[in-house]
Design a protein around this ligand. Structure first.
Ligand SMILES: [Zn+2]
Length: 410
């Protein structure tokens, strides 16, 4: 596997500047394109699965985190509060408290549950500069987060559904879990003291893991401070593990924020909060994608999906027209003209681009496109409209295949 820090710079995906600070990478246009597509994919998957998206601010008052329990159990990872006109504001270490307040702001009936609130939002971790690097150890994190407010009876089904979303996303992204981990509290950790709550939540997650039939390891000392979780672990080239995706059961924050819904009996009931993330932080997900694919992203994620290569100056107008057609249809396409060197040199430069369209005099004359695929395959010349239709069918379906030889034209 590759080192995403080295490759990320070489491929102009992201970089850092000492003046911005360690652990605060910025995204260059090609990296931003990958991130944007990934975020849109996640939002789309969530919309289809019944999630509603919100935006909430990255700051909150210190009291908010005192109520949620972060202040008592998680302050080592939080930035110091900022004094603003007598109030103390904190850069948020998680999105849960904001989503709990969003739930609390409106009355809810049991008929609305499960209520799935999702946000791709910023959160902040006060890491020491010595441990920072690339996209994996950062101080500002864009989290793919969601909180499902539901009844106790709905927890298992929602957890199973979240695991299924994770499985499908990994399939589309071409990544594989290193293992599933049932993360339990351990001795000496800063956990909310409520043995009965921990036991019930742990049983629920165990039941789900057993019912979906994945192998997992129970590990002590890895739980969130408010509850146990299922973590989907990934590994880098050196075998170092990190958590990418997670599903957590939380009885604590609903109680802290006094969340209620009206049950069929007309009285107030406490919902359970299921916290879940499909791809974890956008930073860590993209770092892993860079390492796994060596920069050769699945075609639907690639910063440039198609490059048009006119053999000589005479074919530049035809190649430009093809790029225009691609961009109009929603593909990310670029022209690599003769000023970029010999055709061989330009093909080498475009080796990570999934689709390379070489335009010579013959192609120009009959409006056809001879496609070279990134994996070395060559496709017989086809009408441009058919090439586009096939590429679009594959990319909009989030396929890992570059070509579907059996597809019917159009
Ligand atoms: Zn949460």
């Amino acid at each position: 596997m590759h080192d995403h820090r080295k490759l990320g710079r070489e491929l102009n995906l992201f970089d850092t500047d000492p003046l911005i600070g360690a652990g605060l990478p910025y995204w260059l246009p090609d990296g931003a394109a990958v991130r944007h597509v990934l975020e849109e994919y996640i939002r789309d998957v969530e919309r289809r699965a019944g999630y509603r998206h919100v935006y909430s601010p990255v700051l909150g008052k210190r009291e908010l985190y005192e109520i949620s329990g972060h202040w008592a159990h998680y302050s080592d990872d939080m930035y110091p509060p900022m004094d603003v006109g007598g109030e103390q504001l904190v850069l948020r270490p998680s999105l849960c408290p904001h989503h709990a307040l969003i739930f609390r702001s409106r009355a809810h009936s049991y008929r609305e549950l499960p209520l799935r609130v999702a946000e791709l939002g910023g959160m902040y971790r006060s890491e020491l500069s010595g441990v920072l690097g690339g996209l994996t150890r950062v101080r500002a994190i864009q989290l793919n987060d969601a909180h499902i407010f539901c009844t106790l009876e709905q927890v298992a089904g929602e957890t199973r559904a979240a695991l299924e979303l994770i499985r499908r996303a990994y399939g589309a992204l071409g990544i594989h879990p290193a293992r599933y981990r049932l993360s339990l509290p351990g001795p000496g950790g800063k956990y909310v003291a409520d043995p009965d709550m921990w036991r019930r939540a742990g049983e629920l997650l165990t039941e789900v893991l057993d019912s979906v039939g994945v192998e997992y390891e129970a590990v002590e000392g890895e739980a969130a401070f408010y509850g146990p979780k299922i973590d989907v672990q990934i590994a880098d080239g050196a075998g170092r593990e990190a958590t990418l995706s997670t599903v957590q059961v939380d009885f604590h924050q609903p109680r802290q924020f006094d969340l209620r819904y009206t049950g069929p009996d007309g009285t107030g009931h406490r919902p359970v909060m299921v916290h879940r993330s499909i791809i974890g932080s956008v930073e860590r997900a993209v770092a892993h994608l860079i390492e796994v694919h060596g920069g050769a992203f699945p075609a639907w994620l690639a910063p440039v999906q198609l490059v048009a290569l006119p053999i000589s100056e005479a074919e530049v107008p035809a190649a430009t027209a093809l790029v225009r057609q691609c961009v109009d249809r929603g593909l990310r396409a670029e022209l690599a003209g003769p000023e970029g060197g010999t055709l061989g040199a330009r093909i080498r430069d475009a080796r990570l681009v999934p689709y390379q369209a070489v335009i010579g005099s013959r192609e120009m004359a009959d409006g056809r496109v001879a496609l070279r695929l990134r994996d070395g395959r060559r496709i017989d010349p086809l009408p441009a409209a058919e090439v586009l239709a096939r590429v679009l069918a594959l990319t909009s379906g989030h396929s890992l295949d570059l070509w579907d030889a059996g597809a019917s034209p159009g």
